[in-house]
Design a protein around this ligand. Structure first.
Ligand code: GDG
Length: 488
């Protein structure tokens, strides 16, 4: 048999729908790295993407069909929506996924709400995804499932008797045994994960944590040398590997040089004078370490008075889950810290922290990447952190400095050029900010060259191809010639 087509399955489809005037619906395409990378693979084989439309209110049938066929035609592959009710979203998405798995997998055990009502709905929605796959794909299709919201899909496919080759990629970290073991449904979850044919993790650390949980809790040992390990279970065999996700390097480097970005860059430089700019860009989330970062910035201003008036910290926070108490409290903590620092140090012509609580356009984001001499990326834990890679790819002048948390997946690849910090060690982060502020141009260039070379070599196309190649190699299926993404 040969693989006929690739089918990507993720919680969200790569479009969002919006109701505009007179009850009309419009679709907007998403532009993340995953969408860019999967596009050519899916187009080549007339593939499919299965996911939730993300709308609280569903369009009527006629509008839905219209939107889906138009978007599918534009994208060059078929979009298949999974219908999830708002009650299911509450318990599967906000509940089990984001109040249990998200904090647990980022080592925030105290943020977990192990509400027993959530798990059944999580199972039910994973079953819905499996049913959509069974209905819209065939045995010769390759099913590639994304992220922690859909751990049970391979298991549910088997339960309903649908034979498929499946791969799974985890975008978040995988926690150490001591933390994973606290999950009340740890055995069920681990056994279900092992029902995929290939499992991909962001880093060696995550793969090692996973294999240790499997060994300790289920008594299965992994075999094999090198990246890809094999585990034989009672139900079959599964391969496990590390596949660090990346970005479309060339696209970022090209876009960063456009006239539109240059124009915005000039405006930013004009508005901030000749200060050394430090940048932070994050979704509002307790894993991103924004308060610690602000404390480190306050510390560096206190320790090195000569930095006052000469540096500014631009922090962009993209609103997320603001109606949840923990997130609201985090927002207040951030805003209180920004107020304190500005209150203490601001003077005529200088505001130390320039804070935005809204997303910026892609053009503005690229212009900020170019304008800021230092990127301060200090998550307390992160699967990868694409902002770190985007900052370097957009740094076409080659003189930026990346300060990066040891606990971001990206640190595994970028440790040679970045200044690595422990985000919990405020004084160390503060020292690193000072080191970056006073670094000689030659050293900056040397470091940035290493960073850019590594991201260029291991870009998003490399990520897709290595995952798909491993799937093909470890299955009995012969690949079709155009199964891989053509390298740009
Ligand atoms: C998960 C894992 C892993 C941010 N602000 C703006 C904006 N962004 C874009 C960035 C970047 C993306 O959002 C954020 O990506 P991250 O990787 O940092 O984080 P998560 O969303 O948490 O993603 C993570 C990732 O999956 C991939 O596997 O790296 O660890 O948690 O692309 O550019 N874009 C625009 N305006 C903004 O204000 N236009």
């Amino acid at each position: 048999m040969s693989f006929k087509s690739v089918v990507v399955v993720s919680n969200r489809l790569p479009i969002t729908v919006e109701k505009v005037e007179k009850g009309q619906w419009v679709a907007h395409s998403s532009s993340g790295g995953l969408v860019t990378a999967m596009g050519p693979v899916l187009r080549n084989r007339r593939g499919k993407w299965i996911g939730w439309l993300g709308a609280q209110e569903m369009p009527d049938d006629a509008s839905l069909n219209n939107i889906l066929s138009k978007s599918s035609e534009e994208l060059g592959y078929t979009l298949i929506p999974v219908d999830i009710t708002s009650e299911e979203i509450e318990k599967y998405y906000y509940g089990f996924s984001n109040e249990i798995l998200w904090p647990l997998f980022h080592d925030f055990l105290s943020n977990c709400n192990f509400d027993p009502q959530y798990v059944n709905v999580y199972r039910k929605v994973n079953r819905k995804f499996a049913q959509a796959i069974a209905e819209h794909t065939g045995e010769a299709d390759y099913i590639w499932v994304q992220d922690y919201l859909l751990f049970l899909v391979a298991h549910e496919l088997k339960e309903i008797g649908a034979q498929r080759q499946t791969g799974f990629f985890l975008h978040t970290p995988f926690p150490p045994l001591d933390i994973f073991i606290k999950l009340p449904w740890r055995f069920e979850m681990l056994e279900a994960i092992l029902e995929y044919d290939l499992l991909g993790f962001q880093t060696e650390r995550d793969k090692r944590n996973f294999l240790r949980c499997v060994r300790h809790l289920l008594k299965f040992n992994a075999t094999g040398r090198g990246n890809i390990k094999k585990i034989v279970t009672k139900k079959g065999e599964v391969h496990v590997g590390t596949f660090p996700i990346s970005i479309d390097f060339r696209e970022f480097a090209k876009s960063a040089a456009t006239e539109e970005v240059m124009e915005t860059l000039r405006i930013i430089r004009r508005n901030h004078g000749n200060k050394q700019l430090i940048l932070g860009v994050d979704r509002l989330d307790y894993t991103k370490g924004i308060p610690n970062r602000l404390r480190a910035f306050a510390d560096v201003l206190a320790r090195y008075p000569k930095m006052r008036g000469k540096t500014e910290f631009i922090q962009i926070v993209v609103p997320s889950r603001v109606d949840v108490d923990t997130y609201q409290a985090l927002k207040q903590e951030i805003e209180a810290l920004v107020g304190e620092i500005n209150g203490l140090y601001a003077e005529e012509g200088w505001t130390p922290v320039y804070y935005m609580f809204h997303p910026v356009s892609r053009t503005e984001l690229l212009a900020y990447y170019r304008a800021c001499e230092i990127a301060l990326i200090t998550p307390l834990k992160d699967g990868m952190n694409l902002v770190a890679k985007e900052y370097c790819a957009s740094n076409i002048d080659g003189n930026g400095v990346l300060i990066l948390s040891e606990f971001a997946g990206a640190a595994a690849e970028l440790h040679n050029g970045a200044l690595l910090v422990n985000p919990y060690h405020i004084e160390h982060v503060s020292q690193s900010i000072y080191q970056a502020f006073s670094m000689e141009l030659d050293e900056k260039r040397e470091r940035m060259k290493k960073l850019r070379r590594s991201i260029y070599k291991n870009d998003i196309f490399h990520w897709v191809n290595s995952f798909v190649r491993t799937s093909v190699k470890n299955s009995n299926n012969v690949p079709e010639v155009d199964f891989f993404v053509p390298m740009p």
